[in-house]
Design a protein around this ligand. Structure first.
Ligand code: ADP
Ligand code: MG
Length: 699
């Protein structure tokens, strides 16, 4: 009960600070604050002397007195300086903000402890906005040499809710509530996995006794956090399998077989065969399929999708295939129509651009079951699109769609159709186990034979002539090339200018009539775009200058070079996707990354990663490390959905695996969590489901 108290009742908080804690940290109760963990720890056991300081040091701690104050600078840019000294010298402490408050707070001739990061100004070393506290007060704190630091917002700092202030609140909170902190894992797990008890973990996460105990505390809390997520996902998955019956596609009939025997232009790769087998098993099982198909760009997912749809047709069900863009939906229509020539399977396309009359016609034909396969974009989601008997939903590049969008397709039949979601952006292991944790996964880990790995080269602007030379060489061999420019909403105007300038310089370098250049970008009319795109597809133009509209899906085997301008501005998975547009024939293909010399650390690492690796999974892992899991395409929801307080999906893959294994074992023995020894788990899980509404929505 005590832990559920409103945070405003904690000594030292009050209504003002309470409202800030509510708004800025979502801390409403005592318990919420207990779970607001430090993001870093600083060793404050060491004191430096002023004559030991250099500006290259990270944080340092000093002990000494202020000898005098000074206010400097123009009125609107004032700074307040405290000249601070110990027996070895003196140093300036500088404030630009909160001057009035600090003026009142500080005095000369009192012993202070100062903590901060030294920097250089006018060739003198100073410390800007240090933490400062009377030495006697400091001694009263919990005697921890490792001090936790808490994230605080600018607003909080302005109201003196600094990291230090939170630490003090935490101290009194822990002192007053320790007796009420209850264990949240069953004793048998704590013993078996040698975990710190919950109370000890909480105390040590805020006020570590020593590094070793801190590590144990962190491990315990991370493991617990991930364990409950896994228990939730795994239990839901079993529940879904038990309660939702799926359509049974028992037959492999004439459509599948005749396609396989007569229309398949090449041998399936072993990986494709394996995946189709996995899918067939699902479809015949009587349970609803919920499968994620991962396969690098060019691995042949479309064909797998198509063959799955033929199984649906063999069992008298309709299918739909949803893609994130017009271009991609069109491409699917084209290739699937070609694959299915003379098979009698009816295909239609429905996108936002389908004309009204045609659209109404299609709506009618779907409802009458005259269409077997409906391909389209978001337009498929509209309520007016009603099927006679939808049995299978396939979603291509699923990370482009949100959870609710997928759910809307489920509802297009009384019983939920089978679901196959496909992605070329490999999902790192940790996300596969969490965000997509209740999907079964299939992986196409093999490219069709005869493909050569794309050679990736990074040029700075000075290498432009070399790049042009390489393009001319390839074009002379009859090949085609892409040149892609970034287009980012925030800098759209500049980006279009770069694209236009780039286009002009390319036309100058590659003049008519020897060369033909296409251009495609988002501001063009659809008709104009299609004309340009088609000219390139037909080989009438050799160079395609474009923004990222070609990012997903387009398949032109004759294209052998992908030039990416300002490559440092693209994300890793985007770069990998773009590179996947070439290398589809048997000849050597190239990906050329152009960048300026000025690269951020992260930008440089991205380019290095792409140059070194052709492996989508490796790249996805690197991406996760560089960007953090919240920023990976389509997984934004994950951070929110899981509301992780301490575990980090980018770094804690091993703990996650451990948690999953433990969860699996627990549920194997006690699927409903009704055993006496699991009572704590069952109680905690229920509470977490209640407070995390998103927990019921995953995938
Ligand atoms: P993605 O997995 O990126 O969607 P696609 O399905 O577009 O890949 O396939 C890429 C290309 O490879 C297409 O031209 C497709 O026809 C071809 N392809 C697919 N499977 C095979 C195969 N088993 N052997 C040869 N080519 C294949
Ligand atoms: Mg594809």
């Amino acid at each position: 009960m005590l832990l559920e108290s409103d945070i405003k009742f904690l000594a030292g908080v009050g209504p003002n600070k309470a409202s800030l804690l509510n708004k800025e940290l979502e801390v409403f109760t005592f318990e919420d604050l207990l779970h607001y963990y430090p993001y870093k720890y600083i060793d404050k056991s060491k004191f430096y002397k002023i004559n030991e300081i250099s500006s290259s040091q990270a944080y340092i701690q000093l002990r000494g007195k202020i000898i005098r104050f000074e206010t400097a600078g123009a009125k609107y840019k004032q700074r307040f300086i405290a000249h601070f000294a110990d027996e070895t010298g003196n140093i300036e402490l500088v404030w630009f903000k909160g001057i009035n408050w600090i003026k009142k707070y500080l005095q000369t001739n009192v012993e202070y402890i100062v903590f901060g990061k030294p920097s250089v100004f006018n060739r003198k070393i100073n410390i800007i906005h240090p933490e400062i506290e009377e030495a006697i007060k400091e001694n009263k704190h919990i005697n921890a040499s490792l001090q936790g630091h808490y994230h605080t917002s600018e607003k909080m700092k302005n109201s003196f809710l600094t990291s230090r202030a939170i630490q003090k609140l935490m101290q009194s909170l822990i002192q007053n509530t320790q007796a009420n902190i209850k264990e949240t894992l069953p004793g048998y797990l704590i013993t078996k996995y040698n975990l710190l008890p919950f109370k000890e973990a909480i105390v040590n996460i805020h006020f570590p006794k020593d590094i070793k105990t801190l590590e144990k505390a962190r491990f315990r809390l991370k493991l617990e956090e991930l364990l409950y997520i896994q228990l939730n996902i795994l239990q839901q998955k079993t529940y879904r399998h038990k309660t939702i019956a799926g359509f049974v596609f028992s037959k492999i009939g004439k459509y599948f077989n005749s396609f396989y025997n007569n229309n398949l232009p090449f041998e399936l790769t072993n990986a494709q065969k394996k995946v189709i087998k996995e899918i067939r098993k699902d479809l015949g099982s009587g349970k609803q399929m919920n499968r994620l198909l991962q396969g690098d760009v060019g691995s042949g997912k479309t064909l797998v999708a198509l063959m799955t749809m033929l199984i649906a047709k063999d069992n008298n069900f309709q299918s739909c295939l949803m893609a994130p863009t017009e271009v991609l939906a069109n491409q699917h229509l084209k290739s699937i129509t070609k694959f299915l020539e003379n098979t009698g399977v009816e295909i239609a396309l429905l996108t936002g651009h389908t004309r009204k009359k045609q659209r109404e016609e299609i709506h009618k034909r779907i409802l009458n079951s005259e269409i077997d396969i409906l391909i389209g974009t978001h337009a498929l989601l509209e309520d007016i699109v009603q099927f006679k008997n939808l049995g299978l939903v396939i979603i291509d590049e699923q990370h482009r769609f949100g959870v609710e969008q997928r759910a809307r397709l489920w509802k297009k039949n009384d019983k939920p159709p089978h679901i196959l979601v496909m992605t070329a952006t490999p999902i790192p292991r940790t996300l596969a186990m969490t965000v997509y944790g209740d999907l079964d996964t299939s992986i196409i880990d093999e490219l069709p034979p005869g493909r050569k790995a794309v050679k990736t080269i990074h040029f700075f602007d000075s290498g432009r002539l070399k790049m042009f030379g390489l393009l001319k060489n390839e074009i002379a061999k009859g090949r085609q090339v892409y040149i892609v420019y970034p287009l980012i909403k925030e800098s759209e105007k500049m980006d279009y200018k770069d694209l236009e300038d780039g286009y002009e310089s390319i036309v100058r370098e590659f003049p008519i009539p020897d060369y033909q250049v296409s251009i495609v970008h988002g501001k063009m009319k659809k008709e104009a775009k299609d004309i340009e795109m088609n000219r390139f597809v037909k080989g009438e133009t050799q160079i395609m200058v474009a923004t990222t509209v070609i990012e997903v899906g387009v398949d032109i085997p004759n294209a052998s070079v992908m030039v990416i301008e300002s490559a440092e501005r693209f994300g890793l998975s985007q770069l990998h996707q773009l590179r996947g547009r070439v290398g589809r024939g048997a000849d050597q293909s190239y990906c050329i990354l152009m960048s300026s010399y000025k690269l951020s650390n992260e930008g440089r690492k991205r380019l290095e990663t792409i140059v070194q690796s052709n492996d989508g999974f490796e790249i996805a892992e690197a991406d996760l490390k560089l960007r953090g899991p919240g920023l990976i395409d389509g997984t934004q929801q994950s951070g929110v959905a899981f509301n992780l307080k301490i575990a980090n999906l980018a770094k804690d893959g091993n703990i996650l695996q451990y948690a999953r294994d433990i969860a699996t074992q627990i549920l194997k023995e006690d699927p409903e969590l009704i055993l006496d020894k699991n009572r704590t788990i069952s109680y905690q899980l229920k509470a977490k489901r209640k407070s995390n509404t998103d927990w019921s929505m995953i995938s």
